[in-house]
Design a binder for this molecule. Structure first.
Ligand SMILES: CCCCCCCCCCCCCC(=O)SCCNC(=O)CCNC(=O)[C@H](O)C(C)(C)COP(=O)(O)OP(=O)(O)OC[C@H]1O[C@@H](n2cnc3c(N)ncnc32)[C@H](O)[C@@H]1OP(=O)(O)O
Length: 228
């Protein structure tokens, strides 16, 4: 499957299908959960996923689905505003309809530790240096994981600052663990940190710190954006 994905990507086939959002899926509220095992997942990804599912059984961890309903897992969800033009599903831009070519991932939340982990297997469309993930795709998965963690703690937030140190390149098709936690909350500011490691823990691929700001609850997101 992995080889097929690489071949498909190199030939540029299926690109339209991958990048075009499916109007019948998340945008009209019909939920497709992309963060579930599929045939592109490597054995390492499957094993790690099973390990986390096992840890969900006693309620310590919670699997977070990819679709917009994931917002149901956060406190104060009404804060998003049901009629807002900016529904949370519009944030789910990392999902692709062709399995294995882009972001293959699954997120798990540990509410008591205020920690969100993401199992991440980058596909060939995310290539930067030959054979390795583009730094921007690493930033995207870090921002999404850390952002979901901040959302869980503070509700509607936006990234104000994200600082990443890239330590070792991530081979395409490998599996890494993106591990983020909330370090501090000061009023509307949420400070977080994150490490990206290989699944055996031996390789540190990246480390990051971030500041998220909880949006002003008295303003709609449109107002918040237009007055910048
Ligand atoms: C459970 C899981 C569910 C998952 C659900 C889906 C989750 C999906 C997750 C996806 C995740 C993807 C996420 C994305 O991709 S979000 C997309 C990328 N981010 C943006 O585009 C944000 C653009 N910026 C803004 O909109 C505004 O600047 C924000 C909203 C951030 C703040 O504007 P606002 O008008 O509200 O606030 P303020 O200016 O009064 O400042 C307030 C305080 O903050 C301090 N400050 C501000 N900026 C910075 C800075 N850069 N460094 C240090 N400090 C900063 C400031 O000094 C002040 O401090 P103080 O003076 O009070 O001490």
């Amino acid at each position: 499957m992995w080889r097929n994905c690489v071949r498909l990507a190199r030939r540029g086939l299926g690109r339209g299908a991958v990048l075009r959002p499916d109007p019948t899926v998340s945008r009209c509220g019909v939920s497709k959960d992309y963060a579930l095992p599929n045939s592109s997942w490597s054995q390492g990804m499957m094993d790690l996923y099973s390990r986390f599912l096992e840890m969900c059984k006693d309620g310590t961890w919670k699997r977070i689905p990819s679709y917009s309903n994931s917002v149901d897992h956060i406190p104060g969800k009404a804060f998003w505003g049901v009629h807002s033009k900016y529904q949370p599903q519009l944030w789910q831009t990392i999902n692709m309809d062709t399995e294995g070519v882009g972001f293959e991932y699954a997120m798990f939340l540990n509410p008591s530790e205020k920690r969100m982990v993401c199992l991440f297997q980058p596909g060939p469309y995310l290539e930067g240096p030959s054979g390795f993930a583009h730094g921007g795709s690493t930033a995207t998965i870090i921002d999404s994981t850390i952002g979901s963690c901040a959302t869980f703690v503070a509700g509607r937030v936006m990234t104000a600052n994200l600082s990443i140190n890239y330590r070792n390149p991530i081979p395409l098709g490998s599996v890494v663990l993106v591990d983020s936690k909330v370090d501090q909350v000061e009023g509307r500011k949420v400070f977080l940190s994150c490490h990206v490691r290989s699944i055996d823990g031996q390789t540190l691929h990246a480390e990051a710190t971030a500041l998220f700001i909880r949006l002003d609850s008295t303003k709609s997101l449109q107002q918040q954006m237009s007055c910048q």
